[in-house]
Design a protein around this ligand. Structure first.
Ligand code: SAM
Ligand code: DTB
Ligand code: SF4
Length: 325
């Protein structure tokens, strides 16, 4: 990571944020908020650089969880067909294509509540294979126990993605099949195994500003900030309970990115799902607000992401360059 200042003990890196302080950041005049976010972004990173990851759904659909945003939940009719875990060879072929396309990290996602041990053997082989290609690795497989996190670490895993998704208060409106504490437990197993943490959430689910502040408060007050903080704009998928939700104003999305950058200045803030529906100008504001990583390639897990040439063109016009691994 191209951090210009060590992320050790310093006044910028705090774990004692209050909800009121974070709400006050959201309430700043837009230019003041972006100025503060930019200032910290430039202190910790080269503001021209954007980390580029490619996602692959290695096990799609049929998930027993009821996350109200998710096209892969078996609870909703969304037209996503349940598939089996992909073969290791097929995954490695996709990883090579991602590397050839310019990605430095390969993120593999599975629609599981938690992995079975037999499945984990295969995922570990995928991680080993992707590492051997010289790419960083990330997986998101649902809940993990301590032993599973250890096994993934031994296979060479760099990052584990597990999102808090929203505030503790709003969480129950979105997911009933596992608790907020379950998520925090998985995050601590990942951390204890020595794997870097990728953890963020979704906005635009009908939450209010206090919930957006509550999500960021929880992330910032974890014992260690997640190295990577994905901020997803809800992708509304027909058949999910949130498909008709009122869309969030792009400026409120930009504010969320800026606040995440300010309270977790040394973390990578990922402008995640929702870019396909976003204007180039909104994305430009997100980069200005401190976002410094994206998913690259035409598909997220089951929904669309901008085509590679649209992203290359956007990065060229903004003078952004891929971050070296
Ligand atoms: N099943 C695993 C889990 O939930 O941890 C891993 C895959 S899950 C699809 C990964 C993340 O994708 C979710 O935590 C959620 O934040 C995000 N996500 C899923 N559907 C989304 C949507 N429609 N819009 C935005 N983000 C979404
Ligand atoms: C994350 O926070 N966003 C990515 C990644 N982590 C795994 C997933 C977005 C999924 C969007 C809906 C879909 O494509 O199925
Ligand atoms: Fe399953 Fe993950 Fe989708 Fe929730 S977000 S339904 S756990 S795939």
């Amino acid at each position: 990571m191209n951090v210009h200042v060590s992320a050790g003990e310093n006044a910028d890196i705090r774990h004692d944020w209050t909800r009121a302080e974070i709400e006050a950041l959201f309430a700043l005049p837009f230019s003041e908020l972006l100025f503060r976010a930019q200032t910290l972004h430039r202190k910790y990173f080269d503001a021209r650089e954007v980390q580029v990851s490619t996602l692959l759904s290695i096990k799609t659909g049929g998930c027993p969880e009821d996350c109200a945003y998710c096209p892969q939940s078996a609870h909703f009719e969304t037209g996503v067909k349940a598939e089996k875990l992909m073969a290791v060879d097929a995954v490695l072929k996709e990883a090579q294509a991602a590397k050839d396309g310019g990605a430095t990290r390969f993120c593999m996602g599975a629609a599981w509540r938690s992995p079975k041990d037999r499945d984990l053997d295969k995922v570990c082989a995928m991680v080993e294979g992707v590492k051997a290609m010289g790419m960083e690795t990330c997986v998101t497989l649902g809940m993990l126990n301590a032993a599973q996190a250890e096994r993934l670490k031994e296979s060479g895993l760099d990052y584990y993605n597990h999102n808090l998704d929203t505030s503790p208060e709003f969480y129950g409106e979105v997911i009933t099949t596992r608790t907020y504490q379950d998520r925090l437990d998985t995050l601590s197993h990942v951390r204890e195994a020595g794997i870097s943490v990728c953890c963020g959430g979704i906005v635009g689910m009908g939450e209010d500003l206090n919930d957006r502040a509550g999500m960021i408060e929880t992330l910032a007050n974890l014992p260690q900030h997640p190295e990577s903080v994905p901020i997803n704009m809800l992708v509304q998928v027909e058949g999910t309970p949130l498909s008709e939700e009122q869309t969030l104003s792009p400026l409120d999305f930009v504010r969320t990115i800026a606040v995440a950058r300010i309270v977790m200045p040394a973390s990578m803030v990922r402008l995640s799902a929702g870019r396909e529906e976003m204007s180039d100008e909104t994305q430009a504001l997100c980069f200005l607000a401190g976002a410094n990583s994206i998913f690259y390639g035409p598909q997220l897990l089951t929904t669309a992401n901008p085509a590679r040439d649209r992203d290359r063109h956007l990065m060229d016009r903004l003078g952004l360059v891929p971050m070296p691994a």
